[in-house]
Ligand binder design. Structure first.
Ligand code: HEC
Ligand code: HEC
Length: 172
């Protein structure tokens, strides 16, 4: 068991190294136009477009340890950007340090599955104030206020970032 998990760890590390080499290669050959976030030093690998599956895995691992992993769709992209840029001021917590490549992969997942706020709209910090969260539940009588703690009332597999599965009372 111990051996196996060590092997898996090694596999993951090797994969990251290959990814890093690929990224350096891309950086030196590629002229993809950079959006503002790509200029942020912590988010330097944001251009890796094809890695959002890996990003999802890293997201669950790093952002689903204290609370359930909150799905990208329920907050606007700019809210996620703020969260990733302020790890020392995370709702009163100091997040454990993450290496740049991890932050980049997580960002890739979050921005691929979320949408920007409308112009002039205040960026919500909590799901309960998010228009996108409400839009995903048009006919659902949600608890007020809603929080990450209420998701599992109806989404029993939320811990694995599966928000398709619902508790039986929602089966039509
Ligand atoms: C060290 C523990 C910890 C880790 C790791 C962590 N969070 Fe949090 N997070 C919190 C706490 C504490 C709150 C405040 C809500 C609460 O009291 O439960 C919170 C709240 C949130 C909220 C608002 C939830 C709501 O109910 O509206 C979001 C979104 C969020 N975190 C995203 C993230 C993301 C993204 C990551 C990974 C980068 C992450 N969190 C990692 C502790 C953590
Ligand atoms: C009272 C029950 C209930 C609660 C609480 C609830 N949801 Fe839902 N959620 C639903 C139902 C029902 C659907 C399906 C809605 C539809 O198809 O019209 C849904 C759909 C979703 C979807 C879209 C799933 C997909 O891909 O099809 C997401 C994402 C989601 N919920 C996230 C959340 C999050 C995050 C929370 C907690 C902050 C939450 N929900 C709390 C009942 C709930």
């Amino acid at each position: 068991m111990y051996q196996l998990s060590r092997k898996l760890d090694l596999g993951k590390k090797l994969f990251l190294i290959v990814l890093l080499i690929a990224f350096i290669f891309l950086m030196t050959t590629n002229t993809v136009s950079a959006s503002t976030i790509d200029d942020h030093p912590n988010l330097f690998i944001a251009q890796l477009e094809s890695s959002s599956d890996l990003g999802r895995e890293f997201y669950v691992e790093n952002c689903g340890s204290c609370h359930i992993p909150i799905p990208a769709e329920v907050l606007p992209t700019d809210a996620w950007q703020k969260i990733l840029e302020q790890p020392r001021d995370h709702y009163g917590e100091n997040l454990p340090k993450m290496v740049n490549i991890t932050v980049g992969l997580i960002w890739n997942y979050l921005r691929s599955y979320s949408r920007p706020s409308l112009e002039g709209e205040t960026t919500p910090e909590f799901v309960t104030n998010s228009r996108y969260f409400k839009a995903l539940h048009p006919l659902v009588d949600l608890p007020k206020p809603s929080s990450h703690q209420s998701c599992k009332l109806c989404h029993p597999a939320a811990a694995t970032l599966d928000y398709r599965s619902l508790t039986p009372e929602w089966d039509d």
